[in-house]
Write a protein that binds this ligand. Sequence first.
Ligand code: ATP
Ligand code: ZN
Length: 226
Amino acid sequence: MSNSKRLRIAVQKSGRLSDDSIALLKAIGIKLNIRDRLLIAHSTNEPIDLLRVRDDDIPGLVMDGVVDLGFIGENELEEKSLERKAAGKPFEYETLRRLDYGGCRLSIAVPNEMEYSGVESLNGKEVATTYPYLLERYFAEKGINAKAVMLTGSVEVAPRAGVADAICDLVSTGATLEANGLVEKEEIFRSKAVLIKRVGGEMSEEKQALINRMMPRVDGVLLAKE
Ligand code: ATP
Ligand code: ZN
């Protein structure tokens, strides 16, 4: 648990955030010996253990205090925080830094042939998404009576498959949308990767001192890349 003497950091095992997160840790002087198949990687020069997991698990690991720090996309972080709040689970965290990678937007897209004259056109529609809490919050803010249909993958084929009328998914270039006959209409959330810290429970002086030593180095790396 988080009362371990070593600082525990959660990173995505393999995916869009993995390489940049590991590169940032290395750039601030943390030596890591990562073996591809292993869940845990130990630093060889600092009392740090990396937990390599699916990005979906990272917010919960931080909010439950299983790890001390985590690298995660704001989209996943905010979604999980809303989901956990609704379920009565711990949903708090502290954002230490907003990072310079993992940029994307969560957008609503509709089939080319759908008549669309603004977000009101979604009234009475079903929208497939992996982010039902973020989407429902957006609908509530806009006063739209539409339904979020949860899909964990292949969201972009949902309209063609007759599973939903529209979608709400992450976009970076828009190529996937176009390939599936969809047009982006509403951006509902802008995201980047962030470094977060747990807030519950005690943090030993040693661990806090290590975090305090890391953060100026993170700032230095971010500044150098600007
Ligand atoms: P995992 O197996 O860890 O669950 P995943 O398939 O959910 O992986 P990735 O596709 O690697 O996740 O995306 C991880 C995060 O990268 C996203 O949640 C988002 O914050 C960010 N990201 C940046 N650009 C994009 C993009 N074009 N599409 C999707 N995610 C992106
Ligand atoms: Zn994921």
